[in-house]
Ligand binder design. Sequence first.
Ligand code: ATP
Length: 240
Amino acid sequence: SHIQPLISLQRLEVAYGGIRAVRGIDLHVNAGERVCLIGANGAGKSTTLRAITGLVPLVGGAVEYDSRSIAGSPPFDLVRRGLIMVPEGRGIFGQLTIEENLAMGAYTRRDASQIRQDTERVFTLFPRLAERRKQAAGTLSGGEQQMVAMGRAMIARPKLLLLDEPSMGLAPLMVEKVFEVVRTIASEGVTILLIEQNARLALENSDRGYVMESGEIILDGDARDMLNNPKVRAAYLGEV
Ligand code: ATP
């Protein structure tokens, strides 16, 4: 097709010592798409995201973002070009206040009044954070910390948002709230690549999906088709 993907992984390979965690996968996300990568513990999902953001080196293959190779790009360049990750474990600075954590999202920006507006918008989306803006982030609940991490990502003005297990460890109501915000962000045109162990939640919030097993993509397709696929239902949605 004539559509240029916003990001594409080509024959991507990553290894830790002798262990090949990612074994030559192809994956792409078009501009404006919401795509999920699902799979069991240890399948290689997080490693794939780490390779995109340069936290682990590639053994083989290529990563192109916005039509350019980004292998070896410093994090600052990726952030400035709109490639923003919300990491597993959230990457919150526990000693800093909520406001200070959010301000970290703006470190590549110079437009102070726009930054203030974006920060207020995060507080409007997450009123719980507004009430606690001067509080140390380390004292927040897991769900509130997830909100801070997502708020910080939004303030970085993402083009492509990489979400690593946003539902991890959260109570059902908090998961619902987090995904409501993911939908809001997506509706504003941000492209999303989501990693989730909760396959149903991921597919219900995506246009397309990929299934990873032992470092390989074993299935991909339209998210709705995948929700109806008997193999996916049996293996990943806990149905017989
Ligand atoms: P999870 O949801 O449990 O994080 P995952 O699909 O994200 O699973 P990865 O974390 O990418 O899987 O792990 C893929 C494989 O790589 C696993 O076998 C894991 O043990 C191994 N691995 C991950 N990180 C490292 C590391 N820093 N050093 C060595 N091996 C690692």
